[in-house]
Design a protein around this ligand. Structure first.
Ligand SMILES: Cc1cc2nc3c(=O)[nH]c(=O)nc-3n(C[C@H](O)[C@H](O)[C@H](O)COP(=O)(O)OP(=O)(O)OC[C@H]3O[C@@H](n4cnc5c(N)ncnc54)[C@H](O)[C@@H]3O)c2cc1C
Length: 419
């Protein structure tokens, strides 16, 4: 049966309006992936390394920046190491982050996050650097990488997604595949056109703005809460430091009306010593940000399609988990698909459904923590437990395990009764 175009974004209608449009057919693939950043490129790389024929599309051309600060937790660094990409990321010059300090509820927790797979160091590579390394790795692994290529619509065979049409360099192409993966971010086009439904949707809880500064001392990853906002400070490439401010969602309209004034005032009130240090440093970028910090899951598997990274599950960046989550999911999805690609459609759909269930389980604790912190909800006993933990390096490490999604609130609070 030939693959056809249909669905909510019906390109047949566009055809009627532009009758001279021609679509060039490409070779068939095993997998087509839309989006080539933290979720898409590693998924493409891992599947291509396993022998799959992979087409990886992104409308961006790399190196390309995106609105995101860029702390990678130990679990994410461990993935880069296991894929053989850590040295390449470090060669971009991002400094090691050995120390994390969290100032909240009258407590200062200063220490080291837990070790994961032998990794005891975090990094915050600029997205221009990190994403370019990931795209290059996918290409080296044998994926057919098309940059500046935008998804137009899925192709269907019956009810099954069986490929895509995409635009690149003023031309339009069609390509067929056994499975199409949306790694196209939280505003995923693929999710919309296949009708992927949200669940566990905790809504938008905050907004965040940040800029890059030079001339600041490297004091590791620092989080300061207070004065109706959270300030996050992260050392990154080129001797620069990301200084970010997060506010609750209600503040978005006010902050947007004069970002510079609110950003500066939040720093002055929340971390006066940092505000003073900025006067000696230099701002190296505009202040950029995002007011759509969603917290939700979407159905992430269906006949012939799957979603990975923010396309399928997104959370507030307060816990800085999106990149690490994307890496972990790339691993889960590619492992499940690798065996199934040699079998029929039913095996592929079982593999993507299994991946989606495993992802939900793997992110359940961190989702609850992130949404509670983003809503400003501290579970009963947490402020006291944080104060008690502050002088105890082991308890401080456990607290950072909570922030990294490795421990639940209950686990952390149970530790308080032990100590
Ligand atoms: C303010 C802010 C701060 C953050 N800070 C951190 C942090 O410190 N640490 C952390 O881990 N996470 C952080 N995050 C979250 C992190 O940025 C995301 O979780 C991560 O980028 C998700 O990666 P992804 O590959 O799923 O999607 P994205 O990075 O969104 O990439 C999607 C890609 O798909 C492409 N695409 C989209 N539509 C199409 C189309 N139709 N055709 C072709 N290509 C398409 C886009 O061009 C893009 O390259 C932050 C986010 C924000 C907003």
């Amino acid at each position: 049966m030939p693959a056809t175009q249909r669905g909510p974004a019906d390109p047949a209608r566009a055809d009627a309006l532009t009758p001279r449009r021609t679509i060039e057919a490409m070779d068939d693939y095993d997998v087509i992936i839309i989006g080539a950043r933290c979720a898409g490129s590693p998924t493409a790389m891992l599947l291509a390394r396993a022998g799959a024929r992979v087409l990886l599309l992104d409308r961006a051309t790399f190196p390309s920046d995106t609105v995101s600060t860029h702390y990678v937790h130990h679990a994410g660094v461990a993935r880069l190491a296991s894929w053989g990409l850590l040295e390449e990321v470090l060669a971009t010059g991002c400094p090691p982050i050995e120390r994390v300090a969290f100032h909240a509820a009258g407590a200062v927790l200063d220490g080291r996050p837990p070790e994961v797979d032998g990794v005891r160091t975090g990094y915050a590579p600029r997205r221009t650097e990190l994403d370019a390394v990931l795209v290059a790795a996918a290409s080296r692994a044998g994926a057919d990488v098309r940059q500046g290529a935008s998804l137009r619509a899925p192709l269907y065979q019956g009810d099954r997604v069986a490929g895509v049409t995409f635009a690149e360099g003023g031309r339009e192409y069609s390509a067929r595949a056994r499975v199409v993966i949306g790694a196209d971010g939280k505003h995923s086009t693929l999710a919309r056109v296949v009708g992927a439904r949200p669940y566990r949707d905790e809504g938008v809880q905050g907004c965040m703005y940040y800029a890059y500064w030079s001339g600041l001392p490297d004091e590791g990853f620092r989080v300061h809460t207070g004065a109706g906002c959270t300030v996050i400070v992260i050392p990154t490439n080129d001797g620069n430091t990301v200084v970010a401010v997060g506010w609750p969602r209600e503040a978005f309209g006010r902050v947007k009306s004069d970002v510079e004034a609110h950003y500066t005032e939040a720093l002055r009130q929340t971390v006066p010593e940092l505000h003073a240090a900025l006067a000696q440093g230099r701002r190296e970028s505009r202040i950029v940000g995002d007011g759509d910090l969603a917290n939700r899951y979407r159905t992430s598997s269906g006949p012939g399609w799957a979603l990975v990274g923010d396309a399928g599950h997104v959370k507030d960046p307060l816990c800085a988990l999106g990149i690490t989550d994307a890496f972990v999911q790339a691993d889960l999805l590619s492992r499940r698909l690798t065996g199934a690609l040699g079998e029929g459609s039913a095996a592929i759909d079982r593999a993507t459904a299994g991946y989606a269930a495993e992802r939900d389980q793997a992110t359940s604790v961190s989702f609850r923590t992130c949404s509670a912190l983003a809503k400003g909800e501290m579970p009963e006993g947490l402020p006291e437990a944080m104060k008690d933990a502050s002088g105890d390096p082991e308890r401080v490490t456990e607290f950072f395990g909570l922030q990294a999604g490795l421990l639940s609130f209950e686990d952390f609070l149970a530790g308080a009764s032990r100590s």
